[in-house]
Write a protein that binds this ligand. Structure first.
Ligand code: YH5
Length: 278
């Protein structure tokens, strides 16, 4: 129930919140192409004060239709921010990357976790992750960001497809020498899934709990909320809080979110009720 994340230990005996820190040029920029680590640092500081246990730093936009980013560009975006968060805030930093070079550099800069939306499928990623010594989140997806939302379909129940895929990746990682104690799994909401797929996957998430690994979920502001409620991205927080409560009830142990304070309250309130059943 405790994950060793570099020099940090993460207690997962209760659900924790991971704050999202995007370092793509459209998020922190001075109007040109210079990232501003100071803004990123202040945003992270606020998320930690609001109760985030982890800061997830991502330099590749994996939104549907996003352009690919070179490893060097991703490294240039992510490395200064990881370094600053570790040095200035002693934060538990997770790095949202599929790129082996970024994994290695992040680990050497003091990151505590790797978060890979491609579940270490890129060439060299599995051995880079093993070498990092860090825990890794393996996420399910169908297709690649540029085409994944075109016509997602699954033969049979989606939760079975997702559970089978994740079990297969866990087996591959273990066979390569990545210890089970270092793995987390994530159903990958929005990654090659229709709204109906996403809703069913959350409804049946107990199927994924059968993998007996910590479950991480990311639904914050995603289009499943937008489509059900007909809300633009800036009005999706209440819908997201409902999903957070349901995910906690169905076994999620890390909630990856933009709005940390409100989600910490939703998690803690839900947990207070669930604890009564222990
Ligand atoms: C995830 O689910 N997602 S990046 C579209 C949006 C809002 C948010 C407005 N990295 C996940 O956050 N890592 C991303 O619509 C992730 N799990 C894990 N482990 C996409 C994202 C987003 C996309």
């Amino acid at each position: 129930m405790t994950l060793t994340c570099g020099r940090h230990r993460l207690d997962l005996s209760y659900p924790r919140v991971m704050g999202i820190l995007n370092v793509t040029p459209d998020s922190f920029s001075d109007g040109g192409h210079h990232l501003v680590p100071d803004d990123a640092l202040r945003h992270a500081e606020r998320m930690l004060a609001e109760g985030a246990a982890i800061i997830d730093v991502g330099g590749e936009s994996t939104r549907p239709g996003a352009d690919p980013v070179s490893p060097q560009e991703e490294l240039d975006r992510v490395a200064p921010v990881v370094e600053a968060l570790v040095r200035e805030l002693d934060a538990l930093v997770s790095v949202d990357t599929s790129c082996p070079e970024v994994m290695r550099e992040a680990a050497s800069l003091g990151a505590g976790m790797l978060n890979d939306v491609r579940a270490l499928e890129r060439e060299g990623a599995l051995s880079a992750a093993i070498g990092s010594g860090l825990p890794v989140c393996l996420m399910h997806r169908q297709g690649e960001p540029h085409d994944m939302q075109q016509a997602p379909r699954y033969d049979g129940p989606i939760e079975e497809a997702v559970a089978d895929y994740l079990a297969g990746r866990v087996a591959t990682c273990e066979a390569a020498g990545l210890r089970r104690e270092r793995l987390l799994v994530d159903p990958g909401f929005g990654f090659g899934k229709t709204v109906e797929h996403n809703l069913r996957l959350l409804h049946r998430m107990e199927r994924l709990a059968e993998l007996e690994l910590p479950l991480l979920v990311g639904m914050s502001r995603k289009s499943m909320i937008g489509k059900v409620l007909a809300r633009p991205v800036e009005e999706r927080l209440p819908g997201g809080l409902a999903l957070t409560a349901l995910a906690v009830e169905r076994g999620a142990r890390i909630l990856r979110v933009h709005d940390v304070g409100p989600n910490v309250d939703a998690v803690n309130m839900t947990w207070a009720v669930l604890k009564e059943g222990c």
